[in-house]
Design a protein around this ligand. Structure first.
Ligand SMILES: Nc1ncnc2c1ncn2[C@@H]1O[C@H](COP(=O)(O)OP(=O)(O)O)[C@@H](O)[C@H]1O
Ligand SMILES: CC(C)(COP(=O)(O)O)[C@@H](O)C(=O)NCCC(=O)O
Ligand SMILES: [Mn+2]
Length: 892
């Protein structure tokens, strides 16, 4: 970004802005960009924002304290929401649209974190709040920009939204320890607000659980009500929910999570809740419970539909055993207790649902604990009694409903209006270890992260809330020795508990307007719920790690610090893979694209900002040297032959993929140019998927028929640096421009393997434009270039009408090798509105994701398949086969 543009952006942000009431009421006057204006994602300082913007809410229950806190977006992770490096569009209107998007959401982007503590250890919670300075409710105090008042601890008088009985009981403690006042919110209001928010805003928040199988469900937000919310905390509340804030507590039971935990301590002398769950795994409840068969001499009571194994009376067998407590197996006791409580709650829930004619029952509260047996027991009860009519569903954020609801009651955040496409859930490095445990916040300091990684490895099972540590003295974590095996128990409870990640709010993300049916859209082609697929792809990723670490370490100067970070990154990513192979649903619904993205996020966590930087630069240079000859060769062809050569060129150049194992081996055998030439020479039609003729018909028309009109605007979702862009996509873009089609090059906001980043494109285009007048003029028209001299060969004369349409560059809002069209930048969404051609290039964007996606406009999917198994499974082909799939727009 140039200085003048930066200034303009800053002054734009400071202008009085119309805000709808649903947006956060922030005082933007005097807003300025903090730091260098050359930063891609500069921080914005709001000097006049009042101190009241609170950042956490608390639910103090009978058993657990739940904390939900908000942190502002940090610079390194900001994927969009800042103005583009260049304003793509010379016209003021276009420019306006850009800054508009940015102005709409200048600060609201941020992260929501979830933490819990035992109520009996409230002090731990207070320490945590103090350490994180959460009660110093100034937005500048979070994320490193600490105000002087907060630094010396003098700020007083924060008001914190609080719910749960403890909000009354512990109000004084908060006043004394933190000088904070608890602003009490009604518990039921909060539970309902939390559940409604989660079900509307978080994709696949709910899931069913039957016979050990989790199935994530997407609830249609327009058909959400009515439902029964059953919150199983210490006690149980059953609430009929009819709308936002419209509900009635219709039932409840005093036999709940507290009962389970209390009896567990008494009977089995368990110290922790998880210990009871763990014990129950090895239990046989028939030693404790009186079964129907015990009463009916081993027979079923078939007349009324009871099998001999049905529990007739929980703990009933004890009456005839004449045994002491110590003579019973603790495991058996634990299981009987779990079944008794779960079944009873399931039954009451069913009766309550029946009474009000409700078909859907959502269960929340920490009693569930993501525990398979608990959920199965409840589901079986509901299913059995309702004869399959009613459905039990569970929520991933089970115990956080109340805290979340309290947080949402600060209407300033405007979060209630967020929808699922604006939420991205991420799992920081500690997640595989600390998962559903009582755990601490994401650790921001890099050294601290590495130290923690080390601790996780050494004593992964003893993790509690992390406290800031001194600079580490370790020399590294050493190698990649961690096996990817089930035997590796990462967590203190080996139960299949679910993880809750950090929710990132990115208000500038939007659903791609050209998706044919956004509700039916599923980005992933490969479904990782299939264990064979999962194992295959996890192995691919694990095997690629040494090479990736080598590149990443080299990209940071191969210093000893870089090596330490590289090792820690590898450990962290392997831990995620291990956790997910142990429990595939731990992080919610899982597709291959999520894992590729997680790998990039993991690199960023350890401050590897662009691992393939040097490779990309080298490849760009090598490809640029070939470009002039390629352009002349293309220009010497007839338009008919040229389009084939252009598509061939894209497919051939897509061979440069540093994320593919096979390609890595290939690159050892020749120079970039040799490989490119070899790849081109091998381009023989028909390709494995070959819709070229259909595309050509749209492009040129049929002989004798009227020539079709060129497309108005094409969005080109570009893939890799080097030959891929320079010799593949740019020549194709040039041809589109020559025909009079506006071109938008859509590239990543953040790096992913050797993929292009939008910020890199202006320089690449400038270099190419030195050899091509069409690109030069188009880039000028698009505001990307200024004052470059014209080339000797005046090829733009061939342009229709002699004028050249603009070429734009825009960032897609993502840092992944794949693309999820439910979450793209608002800039792409704006430019898509008048586009009539979408081109998806590369394996990540056109095959791993979106291969089956339907669009409203014409779409061309182009990729070389650089993986044998994917080639076999997707198209019945072999490695290096090509896909040219063309689907004309769906008439809606
Ligand atoms: N780590 C844990 N420590 C204590 N209780 C837990 C834990 N995990 C799950 N539980 C269960 O969750 C219950 C508390 O659920 P929660 O929704 O937090 O309710 P409350 O608001 O009443 O504390 C406990 O009574 C216990 O059954
Ligand atoms: C990450 C990728 C999707 C990137 O491919 P691209 O989009 O650049 O064509 C690809 O490198 C990939 O699927 N790699 C793993 C497959 C393998 O190593 O065989
Ligand atoms: Mn790529």
């Amino acid at each position: 970004m140039s200085l003048t543009e930066g200034d303009e952006a800053a002054s734009n942000a400071a202008m009085p802005i119309h805000r709808s009431p649903s947006r956060p009421q922030l005082d933007l006057s005097g807003a300025a960009i903090h730091g260098s204006t050359d930063d891609k994602s500069p921080a914005i300082v709001l000097p006049n924002q009042s101190d009241e913007l609170s950042h956490f809410a608390i639910d103090i229950g009978g058993s657990l304290v739940k904390l939900v806190y908000f942190s502002r977006q940090t610079e390194s992770s900001l994927v969009c929401g800042s103005p583009p490096h260049k304003v793509p569009g010379g016209e003021d209107r276009q420019k306006e649209a850009y800054y508009d998007g940015w102005r709409k959401h200048p600060i609201m982007g941020g992260r929501l974190h979830f933490v819990k503590f035992e109520t009996s250890k409230l002090n731990e919670c207070l320490d945590f709040i103090q350490q994180k300075k959460l009660h110093c409710s100034n937005p500048e105090d979070i994320g490193g920009l600490e105000s002087p008042a907060a630094a010396n601890g003098t700020r007083q008088g924060a008001t914190i939204k609080a719910t749960g009985g403890g909000a009354f009981m512990f109000a004084e403690v908060f006043k004394e320890r933190l000088g904070a006042t608890l602003d009490k919110e009604d518990e039921m209001d909060c539970l309902v607000a939390g559940a409604n928010f989660l079900l509307r805003a978080i994709r696949y928040e709910a899931f069913t659980h039957l016979k050990g199988q989790k199935q994530f469900v997407q609830i249609d937000r327009n058909k959400l009500y009515p439902y029964l919310l059953v919150n199983i905390g210490s006690g149980v509340s059953m609430i009929k929910v009819d709308g936002d804030g419209v509900f009635q507590r219709v039932s409840g039971t005093n036999v709940g999570g507290g009962t389970f935990w209390g009896l567990g301590r008494l009977l089995m002398k368990c110290k922790t809740f998880d210990e009871i769950l763990e014990l129950s795994r090895g239990g046989d409840n028939s030693n404790i419970d009186m079964l129907v068969g015990d009463i009916y001499g081993g027979l079923d009571y078939s007349k009324i539909g009871l099998s001999s194994t049905t529990i007739a009376s929980s703990f009933g067998k004890v009456i005839s055993g004449d045994k002491d407590l110590s003579e019973y197996r603790r495991e058996d006791l634990a299981l009987s207790l779990l079944r008794m409580i779960s079944y009873n709650i399931g039954q009451i829930a069913y009766l309550t649902a029946l009474r009000f004619g409700l078909k859907r029952i959502f269960f929340g509260g920490f009693f569930i604990r993501g525990h398979a047996y608990t959920m199965d027991t409840i589901s079986v009860a509901i299913n059995y009694w309702s004869k399959g009519e009613a459905q039990a569903m569970f929520l991933r954020h089970e115990g956080y409903l109340g805290a979340l609801g309290a947080f949402l009651s600060y209407d300033k955040h405007g979060l209630t209006t967020l929808t699922s496409h604006q939420c991205v859930e991420r799992f920081p490095m500690g997640a595989p270890y600390a998962g559903g445990e009582i755990h601490g916040p994401p650790i921001l300091d890099l050294n601290e992260k590495i130290t923690w990684m080390d601790k996780f490895i050494k004593k992964g099972i003893e993790i509690t809330a992390p406290t800031p540590t001194a600079v580490p003295t370790t020399t590294g974590l050493g190698g990649y020795g961690r096996p990817l095996s089930r035997a590796l128990s990462l967590r203190s409870d080996s139960s299949a508990a679910l993880n809750v990640g950090v929710l990132h709010f990115v208000p500038s993300l939007e659903v791609f307007p050209l998706l044919a049916d956004p509700d039916k859209y599923e980005p992933n082609t490969v479904d990782l719920s299939d264990s064979v697929e999962r194992e295959y792809w996890f192995n691919i990723l694990a095997n690629h790690l040494p090479d990736l670490v080598e590149k990443a370490v080299a990209s940071e100067g191969a210093t000893s610090d870089a090596k330490r970070r590289g090792d820690a990154f590898a450990q962290a990513f392997r831990a995620h893979l291990a956790r997910l192979s142990e429990e595939p649903a731990a992080y919610g619904k899982l597709g291959l694209a999520n894992i590729f993205e997680m790998r990039e996020e993991c690199l960023r966590e350890f401050h590897f900002t662009d691992a393939y930087r040097a490779i990309k630069e080298r490849e760009n240079e090598a490809a640029l040297a070939v470009l002039p000859d390629l352009l002349s060769e293309l220009d010497s062809k007839t338009p008919n032959d040229r389009i084939l050569a252009l598509i061939e060129g894209i497919l051939a150049a897509n061979i440069f993929d540093w994320g593919s194992k096979a390609c890595l081996e290939l690159y050892r055998e020749g120079t970039i140019i040799e490989i490119y030439k070899m790849s081109r020479d091998k381009m023989q039609r028909p390709w494995r998927v070959d819709d070229f003729d259909l595309f050509k018909k749209r492009w040129i028309g049929e002989e004798g028929a009227i020539t079709p009109k060129p497309h108005k605007r094409a969005l080109l979702f570009v893939d890799n640096s080097g030959a891929d862009i320079m010799l593949g996509m740019l020549p194709f873009a040039r041809e589109l421009l020559r025909r009079g089609t506006e071109v938008v090059l859509v590239a990543n906001s953040l790096p992913a393997i050797n993929d292009l980043v939008a910020a890199e494109l202006p320089a690449i285009i400038a270099a190419a434009a030195k050899h091509c007048d069409i690109l030069r003029k188009a880039a000028e028209a698009g505001g990307l270039l200024f004052g470059l001299p014209s080339t000797s060969d005046n090829d733009s004369q061939e342009c229709q009408n002699g004028s050249v349409p603009p070429l734009f560059v825009v960032a897609n809002g993502s840092g992944s090798p794949c693309i999820d069209f439910r979450q793209i930048s608002s800039e792409v969404a704006d430019l898509a509105k008048s586009a009539d051609l979408v081109v998806l290039e590369g394996m990540g964007r056109a095959l791993h994701t979106n291969y089956n996606a339907k669009f409203k406009c014409d779409v061309l999917k182009l990729a070389m398949i650089k993986n044998q198994r994917l080639a076999e499974q997707l198209v019945g082909g072999k490695i290096y086969d090509c896909v040219c799939r063309y689907d004309p727009g769906q008439e809606l």
